[in-house]
Structures are given as C-alpha cells and as structure tokens.
Design a protein around this ligand. Structure first.
Ligand code: CU
Length: 214
C-alpha cells in the first residue's frame, strides 16, 4: 500500500471541510512575494549605477513541496552571464535586487562584487538588506571558463526565518548573517577569540555571553 493512511485521512478531512465551508485552502504556500528583478550594475551599493547584466528574477520554487515543512524557504535566481568573472570583477560592480517589476526603484538587497576568490573560478559575496526589506542573502559567481559566468543568487526572507516558530529569535546583529559552511572548531577546543561562529547553544537556551579577551 503506497499511500500512507494519514495522508488519506487528511484528504478526507479536506474534502469534508470543503463540503461544509467551501473554499477551504488545504495548504497555504509561503507568503506571497512577487518575483524580484536582479541585475549586475556598475557602481557600488547602496546606489549602484546602470545595469550591465540582467539576472533572472528571484523566485520561490514551484508548487511541489518536498521534505519537511519546517524547512526555511528561500528565493533563488540562476543566470549565465555573457562575461568572464575576471571582467566582472575588473571594475566596480554590484548585484542589486529590486522589489518587483512595478516597484523597481525599491532596492531590497545589494552587494558589491569583490573579495577572496574560492579557488580560481569562484567568488561568493553577501547581499545586505536594503530599506528594511527583510531580505538578505548570498550571490555565488562561478566562471564557466568559456567567457561566461554562472551567477546564483539566494535570498532569505524575513529577519528570523523560522516559519515553524521552533527556533529562538536570531541573536546575530543586523548585517552579520550567519556563515554557513564555517568549520566548527574541533570538539573540546575553545573557539579562538573573535571566532565568527561560536558553537550553537542547545535549543531553547540563551546565547552564552561571548568571552572577552583582556
Ligand atoms: Cu538592478
């Protein structure tokens, strides 16, 4: 029997509820957020200049839900830009994300393009929240080696992206998003002073005060 009983029962409930109330929404998708236009601009944040390369709109995924419902939703965009990464980083450029096609003058996230290369073909940058949008994220630029660069942009929506409400409020200061992929210190070792990512406290506990070097 492939279909779990629980889902069959839930379906029956929805049918019954629909018959009673009519128009019952069985599953509420992520809050409606319009597609966000994004571009590589000349100039720097927060007031970049002209568009030099358009990127595909940032959108949430399709309607097919997979995995657990407590997953944190993101908005994503992936584009192959007709320029080598070396050319993109040669001048002052920024990746800027706009509220919507209609409200393109409202900037919601922006990041200057630069920083430490990851190997020889990759560069990741942060995109800072703009105008209280509640959006911030990361752009990853990968040189394809053929004069094009793949630009992937991922935005988190909401300052405390915890749709399930099971996580404590984020304690990080604005502008300092957590660093995914940061190596955890070896077990038993104390984090070095100024470590950007102390070990996570047990869920529900308060953040321990950071040790201050004398
Ligand atoms: Cu733009």
């Amino acid at each position: 029997m492939r279909r779990p009983t629980r889902i069959a029962m839930a379906g029956a409930f929805v049918l019954a509820a629909s018959a009673l109330g009519g128009g019952v929404v069985a599953q509420t998708p992520t809050a409606v957020d319009p597609p966000h236009p994004a571009h590589i601009h000349v100039g720097l944040c927060p007031e970049p200049g002209e568009v030099v390369f358009p990127l595909n709109d940032l959108v949430t995924g399709g309607d097919q839900m997979v995995g657990v419902s407590s997953a944190i939703a993101v908005e994503v965009s992936s584009t192959n830009v007709e320029a080598a990464l070396a050319d993109i980083v040669a001048g002052e450029h920024a990746i800027n994300v706009h509220e919507s096609a209609e409200a393109a003058d409202v900037y919601i996230a922006c990041g200057d393009i630069g920083g430490n290369m990851l190997g020889t073909a990759d560069l990741a940058i942060g995109l800072a929240e703009q105008n209280g949008s509640g959006h911030h994220g990361v752009a990853w630029l990968h040189d394809n080696g053929d004069g094009t660069t793949r630009v992937d942009v991922v935005l988190l929506t909401g300052p405390a992206a915890a749709p399930g409400g099971s996580m404590p409020p984020a304690s990080a200061a604005p502008g300092s998003p957590p660093a995914p992929g940061s190596p955890a210190p070896p077990e038993g070792s104390a984090p070095p002073a100024g470590s950007p990512m102390p070990p996570a406290p047990p869920e529900g506990s308060l953040m321990p005060p950071a040790s201050v070097a004398p």
